[in-house]
Structure formats: structure tokens, C-alpha cells
Ligand binder design. Structure first.
Ligand SMILES: Nc1ncnc2c1ncn2[C@@H]1O[C@H](COP(=O)(O)OP(=O)(O)OP(=O)(O)O)[C@@H](O)[C@H]1O
Length: 657
């Protein structure tokens, strides 16, 4: 059982399928627009949360960054006033001061302010450099902290999230965008602080020169602010629109470069069509990016024009003030120097606000994503430890996958008691794997109840249930670890007792083959790693079985555990299954009727429902679906046997001739 990710090889030549109905839950991107107003309201809380994250990640650098920014901003106003002092000395000297204007007199007159200006600009430059470098360290530490939380979420969300494309879209946005946003908030706040304090300093300095200058310069900041806010929105909208296509491109890229796909890419000649499809998607992305960049450039242009207009307007007002005798030339010079500074401070202020607003959109996204992994998202938190299984009752259980039109299971009821071997059989797609996942506590039933020793598992901590369960999935993971670790991951918290891993391998019939590997149990099981080797599928299956034995759980669920095993290995496994699993409860999914006939009970599934239940003999006697499928399989062997028997005399005859 598997779901095909968007853009699989199978649909490489097909027209895109219609989008499935959107899942109505917190992930729905369709709600984004409505959520915007709410986000703006929650912005202060998001900002506080982001700062808290920065604080816990690297508080010294956070304080330093804000401190030096404040210092640099305060120095601005002082620089303007010192400049004005220098100009006043020049003009007052030039206007008739004794000896002024003659060679060598001007420098001593303005030397002091000039030196002060030089010193101030060195300190301001230094503050900027310290801020930039410390911000880098802060940024790394915060990203690491956010990543830890993202991984906590991806490893604890309910399994059915992985059947939901919107989860992947959000994960993609969070991974590529939101992770850097908390520190973006700090950066934005630093800009706001620098902009605001610098602007206040300059406003005070300009006020001291002439209060009339202020309204004009302050008004100039408003459009710049609006422009930067719009920029933030554009960025978020672009990220939302691109998350789905990005994942399709990533999938195609990995299909074109991956080891698993390499065989089929060649065997089916898929390199060209998949490559073309990848190129087309890249082209679409580039077109969208070009349009997006164009919009952002037009916005930047607008912002620059507005800034320039404010500078030109200020200079015009200054000239008018000088003309009308209200300002001295020195004041006008100082104000002229201050005007672009103020404009840049206001721009930094507006830019900072824009950054925080933009980060707010992504942070809200991040917060929603992280919540998926919180206890509330995981289900009830019952006792951390459970009694070993005595009885598992499945009562009227139904389940529907997020994207499916119909249920995969409905009205399923069965009982599994300690020590029993219960087999699940049925045709492809009848719901065996889905039921196994529900029994293993990996999926919550959509309807009905599963009771563990009489307690509804919905009221239990899923992790506590899983402690007692070992599963071998049909599509088990081939970990790129050593052979030893491939088995030991079955119970990662189990102390590494000598002999426990080989003992599990012996039970699964994997010990001899693993000992024969170049480095024995230390051999890396991956041809992609230096010194590593790959195993055959059947050998891998034995390793996966050993993993389940090593787990030592009371309930063992085996989903097609022998599909790739050779006839001898399969016969040995099932001959010894009762002994191997003594005291344990086994749920066995299999299409091989030879392996299920010994089960205590066989549950026959048909289209997600229990069609029949009984022992092999009872089911055969009833002549239902089980009997039909069993006879078909047995007949195939009989036919083969007959055919061989029919061919044999010819062969012998031929040999005699
Ligand atoms: N992740 C999924 N998303 C949507 N539908 C799914 C998903 N997995 C399975 N299904 C659907 O649920 C139904 C039951 O699938 P399930 O894998 O449980 O069947 P199965 O009996 O184990 O089949 P098989 O014998 O082929 O392994 C099928 O119709 C399948 O298409």
C-alpha cells in the first residue's frame, strides 16, 4: 500500500488530476485570507514569542545587538548637532569673525567639532559591524532551536498527517521560510529601534533648528511604511502559492537523481519525459518569480521615489526658510545633512515594521505547524505506562484516509486475546494494512472503539500503547545504518546487552547471513555509503523481522512478513512461529494461505468490512471468499504441479531417445 506523491512517474504523461476536496482543519490554506486579520491581532504575542526564542537561544548576543543599535542611533542626533556647530563656526567666522577666512585660521576653529565627528562616525561604524556579526551568531542559534521544535513536531504528529498534502505544503514553508523568521523579528525590531531612536534624535536636533521642518519629514515616512507592509504581504503570498509546486519539483529532482528510481528511469526511458516535466515546472516557477520580483521592484522604486521626494521637498523648504530669513545658512546646512539621515531612519523604521509584519505571517504559520505536534494534537495523554496486553477489542471501527472519497474500513469488530495468532486476509485494498496500523496505535479510528484491556485507546497515551507493540511493515525501512543498528533500532532505549541483537537475528533467520558480511554486524547496509553493502529484499525482510523480535513487545503485527522470503525461510518461520512468539500475541497479514492456515483465527476482510471469521477449516467449510481465494491459490500450485508432471515424461522420454 502506498500513496503516490504528486507528480509521480505514473502521471508523467497524464493531464493533472482534479484537486481533491480540501481538508477542513487548521491546515487549510483556503483560510489564509480570513486568518490575516487574526494574525495582525496576534502579532504582539508572536513578536514576544519570537523574542523569547531568541533570548533562550543566545541572550548575550540579543542584548548586544539591541545595545549597539541603540548606541548607533543615539549618535546620529549628536552627529547632526556637532556638524551644525562646525558650520556655525565656519559661517560666523566667515561673516566677520576676527581673522576668519584667512589662511590657516579655519582649521583650528572647526578642528574640535571635526575630530568629534570623526570619532562619532568610527564608533557608529563599529557599532554597525558588531551588530552585523553578532546577528549572524544569533541567527544560527535561533534557527537551530526552531529546527529542534520542527523535528519534534514532524516526529510526533499523528501518522495521518503524512497522508495530507497540506501538511507537506506547510512543512515546506516552515522549513524554507519560517525557521529564519524568529530571528527576522529580532532584526526587524533592531531596525525599528535604530530607526525610531535615530529619528527621535534627529527630530530633537531638527526641532532645535526649526520646528517647521518636522511635519514635512515625518509625513514622508508614511507612504514608505505602507509600501514596506505591502512588500511583506507579497512575500508571504508568493511563499504560500509556491509551496505545492516546490514539492513537486523536489520530488522530480530526487526521482531523477535517486538510487531507488534509477532502475525504472532507465528501464522505462523516463529520463526525457520526467526531465521535460521538471524543466516545465522550473520555467513556471521562474515566470512566477519574475512577476513577483517585478512587483517587488516596482514597490522598491516607489519607496525610493517617495524617499527622494521627501529629501527634495526638505531642501526646497530649507531654501525657502533661508530665503525668508528664518534660518541661518549654518542651520540650513545642518538640517540639509539631517534630512536624508532622517529619511533613512524612517525608512529603516518602516522596513523594520515591514519585516516584523512579514515575519508575523510566517510565524503564525510556524506556530500553527508546531501545534500539530503538541499533546492536544496527539490525542489524550493517559498513563505513561500500560499493563501488557490481555485482550484487544475492536468494536465497530471505521477509518477514512484524509484524501479518500470512501472509507478504507467500516464497522470492523474483532477480538485478539493474549497468546493468539490472528490472521488478516483479503484481496488487495481490502483494508488489512489500515487495520494493522489502527491496532498498532499508529492511526486513531475515525469511528468505533479499540479497547486495550478494556480501556479505550483514545484515552491512552499513544506512546504507551506503542511500547507494547512491534510492527513489521510491508514497506519497512531499510535504514542506512550498520546491520547491528538496523536491528537495535527496534528498541532504541534498550541497553546494548551483548548477544541481544544476534539472538534476535537468529530468531529471524538473519544471523548467518549477517555474519557473512565483510564487517559482520558492523557492516553498513547501504551501497550508497563507503564500505557499505546492500542486501536482497528477502534478506532485508529477515533483518526487519529481527528488529521486531529485538523489540520484545507483547503484540507483534506482521504485515506481509514473508512476501520476499524464499520457500524454505517462510516454512521455517511459520513452523516455528508459535515457539518464537510464545506468550506473545500475533496479528499476521498475509496473502499466502499456507502461512495463515495455522492461525487460531482468520479474519477475512472484503472492501473494508469483516466478511467472515473462523479457523481455516471452518472458513473452508463455509465456502465463502476465503475458500474461493484459498482454492485459487492451491489450484495454481496444483496446476503447476500437474503441468510439471505432464512435462516430465516428455523430458524423460526425450532423454531416453
Ligand atoms: N495513505 C492513503 N491515503 C488514501 N487512501 C489510502 C491510503 N492507504 C490506503 N488507502 C486506501 O485504503 C484502502 C485500504 O488499503 P490497505 O492498504 O489497508 O489495503 P490492504 O488490504 O493492506 O491491501 P494490500 O493487500 O494491497 O496490501 C485502499 O482502497 C487504499 O486505496
Amino acid at each position: 500500500m502506498s500513496t503516490a506523491p504528486a507528480g509521480t512517474a505514473a502521471d508523467a504523461h497524464d493531464a493533472p488530476r482534479p484537486a481533491p476536496p480540501a481538508r477542513v482543519d487548521g491546515l487549510s490554506i483556503a483560510r489564509e485570507r480570513r486568518a490575516r486579520r487574526r494574525r495582525l491581532r496576534s502579532l504582539p504575542a508572536l513578536v514576544v514569542e519570537a523574542l523569547r526564542l531568541c533570548w533562550s537561544a543566545r541572550r548575550r548576543d540579543l542584548v548586544l545587538v539591541f545595545g549597539v543599535q541603540l548606541l548607533g542611533a543615539l549618535l546620529l542626533g549628536v552627529q547632526v548637532l556637532v556638524g551644525r556647530e562646525a558650520l556655525t563656526r565656519v559661517f560666523s567666522g566667515g561673516a566677520g569673525g576676527a581673522g576668519a577666512g584667512t589662511g590657516g585660521d579655519l582649521l583650528p576653529l572647526v578642528g574640535g567639532p571635526l575630530l568629534a565627528l570623526g570619532g562619532l562616525s568610527v564608533v557608529a561604524g563599529l557599532a554597525g559591524a558588531v551588530r552585523g556579526q553578532r546577528m549572524r551568531l544569533l541567527s544560527e542559534a535561533v534557527q537551530r532551536a526552531v529546527w529542534r521544535r520542527v523535528v519534534d513536531t514532524t516526529t510526533t504528529v499523528p501518522l495521518d498527517r503524512f497522508d495530507d498534502p497540506e501538511f507537506y505544503d506547510r512543512l515546506q514553508r516552515v522549513s524554507t521560510n519560517a525557521v529564519s523568521r524568529p530571528v527576522g523579528v529580532a532584526q526587524g525590531l533592531v531596525s525599528i529601534l535604530g530607526g525610531a531612536v535615530g529619528a527621535v534624535g534627529l527630530v530633537v536636533a531638527l526641532w532645535a533648528i526649526d520646528p517647521l521642518l518636522l511635519p514635512l519629514l515625518l509625513l514622508a515616512g508614511v507612504p514608505v511604511f505602507l509600501v514596506s507592509r505591502r512588500g511583506g504581504r507579497l512575500e508571504f503570498d508568493f511563499a504560500v502559492a509556491q509551496s505545492g509546486p516546490y514539492r513537486v519539483r523536489s520530488y522530480l529532482r530526487s526521482a531523477l537523481t535517486g538510487r531507488r528510481e534509477a532502475k525504472e528511469v532507465r528501464a522505462y526511458g523516463l529520463a526525457a519525459p520526467l526531465g521535460a516535466r521538471y524543466e516545465r515546472l522550473l520555467q513556471e516557477y521562474e515566470d512566477a518569480l519574475t512577476r513577483h520580483v517585478g512587483r517587488r521592484m516596482r514597490l522598491s522604486l516607489l519607496s525610493q521615489v517617495l524617499t527622494a521626494a521627501s529629501v527634495v521637498g526638505t531642501v526646497a523648504v530649507l531654501l525657502w526658510l533661508v530665503d525668508s530669513g528664518r534660518l541661518s545658512l549654518a542651520d540650513a546646512g545642518a538640517a540639509g545633512a539631517a534630512a536624508p539621515l532622517l529619511a533613512s531612519r524612517l525608512q529603516s523604521l518602516a522596513g523594520g515594521v515591514g519585516t516584523v509584519l512579514e515575519a508575523g505571517l510566517f510565524l503564525d504559520d510556524l506556530r500553527g505547524f508546531l501545534r500539530l505536534g503538541t499533546p492536544a494534537g496527539r490525542g489524550a495523554q493517559g498513563p505513561a505506562a500500560l499493563e501488557p496486553l490481555v485482550e484487544l477489542e475492536v468494536d465497530g471501527v471505521g477509518y477514512r484516509y484524509p484524501q479518500s472519497a470512501g472509507p478504507a474500513l467500516s464497522g470492523v469488530s474483532l477480538r485478539v486475546r493474549r497468546g493468539e495468532v490472528v490472521a488478516l486476509v483479503g484481496e488487495n485494498g481490502s483494508g488489512k494494512t489500515t487495520l494493522s496500523k489502527l491496532l498498532a496505535g499508529l492511526l486513531p479510528p475515525g469511528e468505533g472503539t479499540i479497547r486495550w484491556n478494556g480501556t479505550d485507546v483514545a484515552a491512552l497515551d499513544p506512546a504507551a500503547v506503542r511500547e507494547h507493540v512491534a510492527v513489521v511493515f510491508q514497506d519497512f525501512v531499510q535504514w542506512q545504518f550498520s546491520a547491528h543498528d538496523n536491528i537495535a533500532v527496534g528498541r532504541p532505549d534498550r541497553p546494548d546487552e551483548a548477544g541481544a541483537v544476534p539472538a534476535a537475528a537468529v530468531q529471524a533467520g538473519a544471523d548467518a547471513l549477517l555474519r557473512r558480511l565483510p564487517g559482520g554486524y558492523r557492516t553498513l547496509l547501504s551501497a550508497e555509503l563507503a564500505g557499505g553493502v546492500d542486501l536482497s529484499l528477502g534478506q532485508w525482510q529477515r533483518v526487519a523481522l529481527a528488529r521486531a523480535f529485538y523489540r520484545g513487545a507483547g503484540l507483534v503485527i506482521l504485515d506481509e512478513p514473508t512476501a520476499a522470503l524464499d520457500a524454505r525461510a517462510e516454512a521455517e518461520l511459520f513452523a516455528g512461529i508459535r515457539e518464537l512468539m510464545s506468550g506473545r500475541t500475533v496479528v499476521l497479514v498475509s496473502h499466502r494461505f499456507s502461512s495463515v492456515r495455522e492461525a487460531d483465527r482468520i479474519v477475512v476482510l472484503r472492501e473494508g468490512r469483516v466478511d467472515d471469521t473462523g479457523t481455516h477449516e471452518e472458513l473452508l467449510a463455509r465456502g465463502g471468499l476465503y475458500a474461493e481465494l484459498y482454492t485459487l491459490q492451491a489450484q495454481a500450485y496444483l496446476d503447476e504441479g500437474t503441468a510439471r508432471a505432464g512435462r516430465a515424461p516428455t523430458g524423460r522420454h526425450a532423454a531416453h531417445r
